[in-house]
Write a protein that binds this ligand. Structure first.
Ligand code: GLN
Ligand code: ZN
Length: 728
C-alpha cells in the first residue's frame, strides 16, 4: 500500500497562463525560431516566467501551487515527449520538439486541433505500431526542482493516460496501448515520489464527454493500477469542462485520493457523495472573465459531500488573460465586474480562507447590466424556397458556370497594421487612415479584375480581426488592450468582452462594401461575421442563456445585411467558422444547440430578398458530422475547407442541395498550386455535384499570405475553372 498523502492544500488552481503578462514567451519563441536567439536564451525566458508565476501565486496566498503547467508550445505535445511518443522522422531535426509543433524544411508538423470546446489548439500525438513508449520525466522533474530552489513545493500537472490516448485517436483504438502507457506513468509516479512530491495532478477532461462502457471501464482499471503503485504521490484526477457524469462513480471506486470537478459547468446538485475522497471543487470559472458571485460559489461548495473540500478553479486559467489591472482604458464600472487570472486566484483564496464568512452578495455580480428581455419576435422568414431564389439570383447576377471567388480577406500589409496602431496612438488622422484603406480596396479590386475572378471581395483591409472588428462597432462589447489568451504556440487572441445588450448603433461595413462595388461592374460580395462566431470568439455575459446572447448578435447582423442590400450589394457572405466549435461535448445536448444556432444564423440572413445571394463559409474539413446543420443554414452558397481532405468531404456532400464551393487549395501553406492539380480537384467535385451548383474558391481567407503567392495561386485557379468550363 502507498502511504497516505498529506492533506490536499485548501486552495489551488488547475493551471495558469504561460505566455507571459506582456507576451514575453511569444517574443522569445519567435526570436528563437527566426534564429535571433539560442535555445538557452529561450529557456531562460521560460524559467523567468515560471518563477514570476509561482511568486505571484504565493504572494496571493494560494496554498497549492501547480508546476509543469508551463509549456514552450503545448501541454499535449509535452506529454507525447514525456511518454517517448516522438515519431522517428522528427528525431533528426535540429530541434525535434519544434519540428513536431511547426514542421521544418520538408517535414510537415503534427496535426493540430481544438482543445475540447475551447479556442485553444493542441498538437495531436501520433501513435502507431512503431511507437515505443519510454518515459522521459526530465521536464516535470526539472520544474519541481526549480520551484523547490525558489522555496516552493509544487504539484506537477500532467495530462492523464486516458485523455492522452483518446486525444491521439478519438475512436478509442489507441486505448489498446494503455498498458504500455501506464508503465510509463508508474515510473513517473515513482520518480516524483522519490523527488519528495506530495501530490500529482492527472488531467482527464476527456471524461466529461460521452464515453462508452469500455472506455469507462478502461479509465477505472487505469486508476486502479496507478493507485496501487508501491511508491507514489497522492493522486489527484482532474475532470473539467463539464459534468463527469458516469465517470465520477468509476473514479470514486479507485484508490485515487482527490477528484476535481467543474462546478461551474457541471453543477454541484448532481454530485454524488464521495466518502473518503478530497473533492477539488472548481467554483471559480476558468472560462469566463467575470467576478465569481460568492453566493453561487458558496452554494456549490455547500453541495459537496466528501471527506474534504478544496476550493479551486473550474479548469486551468490558461483560457483567461493575466490581469484586469493592466486594462486602464476600460470603463471603471465594467472593470469592477471583471476577474482575469490574478483576480480569480484571489477569489479562490478568499473563498477558501473565509469559507463561512464570505459576505454573500458582496461585490458586483458578473454581468450586472439589466438585460432587455428578448421580446422581439423571431422575424418571419422572408425568403422563398431555394429553387425560387436560385432562379432570381441567376437572372440578377448572370454568373458563368463554375464561378470563381475568394473567401474574403486579402493579404494584410504591414503598412495597414502600422497605420491602425498610429490611429489608436493619435499619431494618424482617421481620414488619412481611411484613404489608405480605400487605396488598398482599389488595389484588391483591380487585382481581382486582372486575374479574371467572377465574384470579387473588398479584401477586408479595415479589419484587425473578423470578430474584434465587429465588437468594436457594436454596443454591448468592450475590447481590451492586453487581454491576450493563448490560441496555440506563440499565437494569442484578444477576445472582446460582451458585457451588455448588443445593438448596432449604425452601419459597419456598408461604406467599404459600397466603395468597392463603385469601382467595378462585377459583383462584389459583402463580408460579415456570423452571430455564433462573434459569440464563440468573445467572452460573453453569463446572466443570459448563450442562445439569447447569440440572438441579440443575430439581430445586429440582420440589420447590417439589410443595409448592405439596400446599398446595392447583391451577394453577402456571413461567415460561421465557429459553428462546430460551440457544439456541446455531450451528444444529448447537441441537437438543441444546433437547433438554436442554426436558427440564429437564419435570423441574421433571412431579411435578404430572394435575388440577394447569401453565402456562408466554414473552415474545417470534418464538416460531415454537422452537414445537416450546415444544410439548415439555408445559405445559397457554402464555401468550405477541403483541399486537405478532398475525397472525405466530397463523399459527404452528395446530398447537399445548394451551391457549394469545396476549397481547391490549402491557404495555410505558402505553396502555389498549379492549374493542373486544381483542375483534378474540380473534376472530382464535378463527379459528386451537378456543375450548376459548384463554386471555385480557395479553402479560406488569404490574410496571412503574401501578395505574390496569392496572385500566382488565384491565377491558376481561374485558369483551371476556364479549362473545365470549356468542356461543359
Ligand atoms: N472572411 C474571412 C476571411 O477571409 C473568413 C475567415 C475564416 O474563415 N476564419 O478572412
Ligand atoms: Zn475559413
Amino acid at each position: 500500500m502507498s502511504p497516505t498523502p498529506p492533506p490536499f492544500p485548501a486552495s489551488t488552481v488547475l493551471g495558469y497562463p504561460r505566455i507571459g503578462p506582456r507576451r514575453e514567451l511569444k517574443r522569445a519563441l519567435e526570436s528563437y525560431w527566426e534564429g535571433r536567439s539560442t535555445r538557452a536564451e529561450l529557456e531562460r525566458v521560460g524559467a523567468g516566467l515560471r518563477e514570476a508565476t509561482w511568486r505571484r501565486l504565493a504572494e496571493l496566498s494560494l496554498e497549492g501551487l501547480p508546476s509543469n503547467t508551463f509549456s514552450l508550445y503545448d501541454q499535449v505535445l509535452d506529454t507525447a515527449v514525456l511518454l517517448g511518443a516522438v515519431p522517428e522522422r522528427y528525431l533528426a531535426a535540429g530541434d525535434p520538439y519544434f519540428a513536431m509543433a511547426r514542421g521544418t524544411e520538408g517535414l510537415a508538423p503534427l496535426r493540430m486541433t481544438k482543445w475540447f470546446d475551447t479556442n485553444y489548439h493542441y498538437i495531436v500525438p501520433e501513435i502507431g505500431p512503431e511507437t515505443v513508449f519510454k518515459l522521459d520525466a526530465s521536464k516535470p522533474l526539472a520544474e519541481v526542482r526549480e520551484a523547490r530552489a525558489l522555496g516552493y513545493g509544487t504539484r506537477p500537472v500532467v495530462l492523464g493516460p486516458v485523455t492522452f490516448l483518446l486525444l491521439a485517436d478519438p475512436s478509442g483504438a489507441a486505448l489498446d496501448r494503455l498498458d504500455e502507457v501506464l508503465a510509463c506513468y508508474e515510473e513517473l509516479l515513482a520518480a516524483l515520489a522519490a523527488e519528495g512530491v506530495a501530490w500529482v495532478q492527472l488531467d482527464e477532461p476527456a471524461l466529461v464527454a460521452d464515453r462508452t462502457p469500455r472506455e469507462l471501464a478502461t479509465a477505472g482499471a487505469a486508476y486502479d493500477r496507478l493507485g496501487s503503485a508501491a511508491a507514489r504521490p497522492g493522486l489527484f484526477v482532474a475532470t473539467y469542462f463539464g459534468d463527469p457524469g458516469e465517470a465520477l462513480p468509476v473514479l470514486a471506486a479507485t484508490p485515487v485520493e482527490a477528484i476535481g470537478v467543474d462546478l461551474v459547468r457541471g453543477g454541484a446538485a448532481a454530485l454524488p457523495e464521495l466518502p473518503g475522497k478530497t473533492v477539488v471543487a472548481g467554483v471559480v470559472s476558468g472560462r469566463d472573465v467575470w467576478r465569481t458571485p460568492p453566493g453561487r460559489a458558496l452554494a456549490a461548495l455547500a453541495g459537496v459531500r466528501a471527506d474534504r473540500v478544496t476550493v479551486s478553479t473550474s479548469c486551468s486559467l490558461l483560457h483567461v488573460p493575466y490581469d484586469v489591472e493592466a486594462e486602464r482604458d476600460l470603463d471603471p464600472g465594467l472593470r469592477g465586474r471583471l476577474a482575469f487570472a490574478e483576480q480569480k486566484v484571489a477569489e479562490v483564496v478568499a473563498l477558501s480562507s473565509a469559507l463561512p464568512s464570505v459576505p454573500a452578495g458582496e461585490g458586483p455580480r458578473g454581468a450586472a447590466v439589466p438585460s432587455a428581455p428578448l421580446t422581439a419576435p423571431v422575424p418571419r422568414e422572408g425568403r422563398s424556397p431555394y429553387p425560387v431564389r436560385a432562379a432570381a439570383q441567376a437572372e440578377h447576377l448572370r454568373l458563368p458556370v463554375l464561378p470563381t471567388t475568394t473567401i474574403g480577406s486579402f493579404p494584410q500589409t504591414g503598412e495597414l497594421r502600422a497605420a491602425r496602431a498610429a490611429v489608436a496612438a493619435g499619431a494618424l488622422e482617421p481620414d488619412a487612415y481611411e484613404r489608405l484603406v480605400e487605396a488598398e480596396i482599389e488595389r484588391v479590386i483591380r487585382l481581382q479584375e486582372r486575374l479574371g475572378l467572377d465574384v470579387l471581395v473588398h479584401g477586408e483591409p479595415e479589419r484587425n480581426d473578423m470578430v474584434q472588428y465587429f465588437a468594436e462597432h457594436l454596443d454591448g462589447f468592450a475590447v481590451t488592450r492586453n487581454g491576450w489568451v493563448q490560441s496555440y504556440g506563440s499565437r494569442c487572441t484578444r477576445p472582446p468582452i460582451l458585457h451588455g445588450d448588443v445593438s448596432r448603433p449604425g452601419p459597419i461595413t456598408v461604406r467599404w462594401a459600397s466603395y468597392a462595388q463603385s469601382l467595378t461592374s462585377r459583383p462584389v460580395k459583402g463580408m460579415l461575421t456570423g452571430p455564433v462566431t462573434i459569440v464563440a470568439w468573445s467572452f460573453v455575459r453569463d446572466d443570459l442563456p448563450l442562445r439569447d446572447v447569440v440572438l441579440q448578435v443575430a439581430d445586429a447582423v440582420r440589420e447590417e445585411v439589410r443595409d448592405l442590400e439596400a446599398a446595392g450589394v447583391s451577394i453577402i457572405q456571413v461567415d460561421e467558422p465557429a459553428l462546430r466549435e460551440l457544439l456541446p461535448l455531450r451528444r444529448a445536448s447537441q441537437p438543441e444547440y444546433l437547433e438554436w444556432s442554426v436558427s440564429a444564423y437564419r435570423r441574421a440572413t433571412s431579411g435578404a430578398g430572394d435575388r440577394t445571394q447569401i453565402h456562408t463559409h466554414l473552415c474545417y474539413s470534418d464538416a460531415g458530422e454537422i452537414l445537416a446543420a450546415i444544410d439548415g443554414l439555408d445559405a445559397d452558397v457554402t464555401t468550405i475547407e477541403s483541399a486537405r481532405s478532398g475525397a472525405r468531404i466530397l463523399g459527404a456532400v452528395g446530398g447537399f442541395g445548394r451551391g457549394l464551393g469545396p476549397g481547391v487549395y490549402d491557404i495555410h501553406s505558402p505553396r502555389v498550386p498549379d492549374a493542373g492539380e486544381v483542375e483534378d480537384l474540380l473534376r472530382a467535385t464535378l463527379r459528386a455535384l451537378p456543375a450548376e451548383r459548384v463554386w471555385v474558391n480557395p479553402d479560406c481567407g488569404l490574410k496571412t499570405r503574401a501578395y505574390e503567392e496569392v496572385e500566382a495561386s488565384l491565377g491558376n485557379v481561374v485558369e483551371a475553372a476556364r479549362r473545365l468550363r470549356a468542356e461543359l
